[in-house]
Ligand binder design. Structure first.
Ligand code: SAH
Length: 283
């Protein structure tokens, strides 16, 4: 146990030898790790971590061996099966294993597959949720993922499937019609295709879009654009993945809720970006 970083009093679970804890590290800002995550870091013998997990978080577990298992952009290596079996192997060797993944392990993170393989091999697991980039990343950009005047539903979509191609089995028509706000993970590569699908399904070209890269880190960048301009604006920018793309009128709320700009002394761009003309809380 590394107790260099104290935890508040609580009945914290023990990470026992032979167990794997599958934990979300949050989108980037180390402060967005949960206390269960910190409790895990203090106890781990070995941490198997992804590309999107920041060094600062790993540094909180100086005692732990670090194994990098990064996968980015649908690239083939290392193979998902190999990662899962490695976890089984480490657990069977009696290690206290922390599997640390960006965001939430069960949101487009293959956490479900890893946990299933562990259970199939008789390895005991605990799941520690994390703040997903599609929620927390947007919040850091000043975009509420739901907002009463905008949406009663939100759809989280992946921009590519297991092969790295644009997903074939997504019903873009249904998503376009059924969800006022669409939050796209891994959408940069196939942005052209995604935009055409959405517009073909009836979403207006003028619809607001935000692209948030390396959200919640000190490198966070935000591009505000529209559906019809998104692909070109991204191409003309120096924005690079990881990026969350948000399609919908909630993006407008950034004009009043860009709290990082406000904290830096800028004035709000528009106090009533949805044009309600009455107090925010009134029905
Ligand atoms: N489990 C993660 C998602 C993993 S898939 C989660 O819950 O957030 C990887 C994709 O997540 C990236 O391609 C990107 O779309 C998104 N992502 C993760 N971290 C991000 C960040 N800090 N900023 C923007 N997008 C991020």
């Amino acid at each position: 146990m590394n107790d260099s970083i104290a935890l508040p009093p609580n009945d914290w679970p023990e990470l026992k030898p032979g167990w794997v804890w599958l934990c979300g590290a949050g989108p980037g800002d180390p402060g967005l790790l949960t206390l269960h995550g910190l409790n895990a870091l203090r106890q781990a013998d070995v941490i198997v971590f992804d590309a999107l997990v920041g060094d600062a978080i790993l540094d909180w577990a100086p005692q732990a061996e670090r194994i990098y298992a990064g996968k980015r952009g649908g690239k083939p290596s290392p193979k998902q099966r190999d990662i899962s079996l490695r976890l089984v192997e480490l657990a069977r060797a009696g290690k206290r294993v922390l599997r640390l993944k960006g965001g939430d392990p069960f949101v487009f993170g293959r956490g479900g597959e890893e946990a299933q393989t562990l259970v199939q091999h008789g390895v005991p697991v605990r799941i520690i949720p994390g703040i997903s980039a599609g929620i927390g990343g947007l919040a850091y950009a000043g975009i509420p993922v739901t907002h009463r005047d905008v949406n009663q539903s939100v759809t989280f979509v992946t921009g590519h499937d297991q092969t790295g191609e644009a997903p074939q089995n997504l019903d873009w028509q249904a998503i376009s019609k059924g969800s006022q706000v669409i939050v796209i993970y891994m959408g940069m590569k196939h942005i052209d295709r995604i935009v055409s699908e959405l517009m073909a399904a009836g979403r207006p070209g003028s619809e607001p879009v935000a692209v948030v890269t390396t959200a919640t880190t000190t490198d966070q960048q935000v591009l505000e654009t529209t559906l019809e301009d998104a692909a070109q604006d991204i191409a003309d920018s120096d924005l690079a993945p990881p990026a969350i793309i948000c399609v919908g009128r909630s993006v407008l709320m950034r004009q009043v809720l860009d709290w990082q700009a406000l904290a830096a002394g800028e004035a709000p761009r528009n106090l009533d970006p949805l044009g309600r003309g009455r107090p925010a809380e009134s029905a």
